[in-house]
Design a protein. Structure first.
Length: 254
């Protein structure tokens, strides 16, 4: 099975691991990022016998300008289509979401609440709000679109460089869509019934950790909460990444 979302950057190829077992993990990447961020986790889960799909979100994997042409609902619809496609081959679908992917995963879990095919939910630094409050003062309907530079991660030659790929800039319009997606994910939290694990850092400088902490009470089915005091927003690339991978694997294995 392949995605219909086009890409031109090799690092942005969707990840698909098939397996003979009945369980599959649907892993959703973050804003301006790519599926390769799940490389280490995918290897760990595949070794446990899980199938895995990490699709490419619309507007990603080509140019930043393409991201500016995408409406936030397109991200949600793309992941919903992938979920339905996976249900055709596997009995249980676990959903993992990082950052923007966490907001999408929250919405998906709420919209599929009670369905027998939905398994566990893992939220990694879910984007329920932005840390930079300046973005909330922008009138996105009238503001002229422009590219905002993003700090590019250096390549370290440690096997994780593909996962470090992200756009070097983000369109202002796309930031407005990200904020709408964050609100959609946040509003979905009370409807989640799947067993849920929440991992985040209080030092997050990208998404608002206060909004994440609210999920511990607004998601009634939450089973595990792991707060890191340091590190970085992208838990799968930061200093705690190996601990994160093991905690996610252990939660899904229950």
């Amino acid at each position: 099975m392949t995605t219909t979302v086009p890409y031109t950057v090799p690092e942005c190829a969707p990840i698909r691991v098939d397996a003979d077992g009945p369980e599959c993990c649907l892993c959703v990447h973050g804003f301006t990022s790519c599926p390769a961020v799940y490389t280490e986790l995918a290897e760990r889960l595949a070794g446990m016998g899980y199938a895995l799909s990490a699709p490419l979100l619309p507007g990603h994997g080509t140019t930043p300008e393409d991201l500016g042409a995408v409406a936030e609902i397109e991200w949600f619809e793309a992941v919903a289509r992938e979920y339905e496609a996976l249900r055709g081959g596997y009995r249980t679908i676990h959903v993992v979401g990082l950052s923007l992917g966490g907001a999408i995963a929250s919405w998906l879990a709420a919209s599929r609440a009670g369905e027998p095919g939905l398994g566990r939910l893992v939220l990694l630094s879910p984007a329920y709000g932005l840390a930079n409050k300046d973005y909330y003062a922008v009138d996105y309907a009238s503001a002229e679109d422009r590219l905002i530079p993003i700090r590019v991660r250096p390549r370290l030659g440690d096997g994780l460089d593909a996962g470090r790929y992200q756009y070097p800039a983000m369109p202002l319009r796309a930031v407005g869509q990200l904020m709408l997606a964050a609100e959609r994910g946040r509003a979905s939290r009370p409807g989640i019934t799947a067993p849920t694990a929440l991992l985040y850092t209080a030092a997050d400088a990208v998404v608002d950790p206060v909004r994440i902490e609210e999920a511990a009470t607004s998601i009634r089915s939450i089973e595990r909460v792991q707060r890191y005091d340091g590190g970085e927003h992208n838990l799968l690339l930061g200093p705690d990444r190996l601990d994160v991978v093991e905690r996610v694997a252990g939660f899904l294995e229950r």
